[in-house]
Design a protein around this ligand. Sequence first.
Ligand SMILES: [Zn+2]
Length: 113
Amino acid sequence: MHEGSIAQNLLTIALEKAKEYKANTITLIRVKIGEFTGVNQAALEFAFNNFSQGTIAEEASLKIILSPLLGKCRECNKIFEIKKDHFICSKCQSLEIDIISGEDLYIEDIEIE
Ligand SMILES: [Zn+2]
């Protein structure tokens, strides 16, 4: 994972959103990061703080929310949290599992003034 380019993307999206709402300042950006994306949070925050200098997001804090890896069983449709590469249904022990979240990264919302 390249935290630098992720930070740049997040910033671009946040700035576009802020423009849409004619905001003067972005105060907070909530980012949802899948536990399995392997993103280094400290590196991401550091990169974000660098890129945001001189923009309306320079005072914004980045709030990172880790989302767990969720799987859905193809046999019994149970949705469950996958722990440490344990790709097996917690109800019927099936190995037929679809990953439904935990590998993604997106902005949940931003707070503006
Ligand atoms: Zn199952």
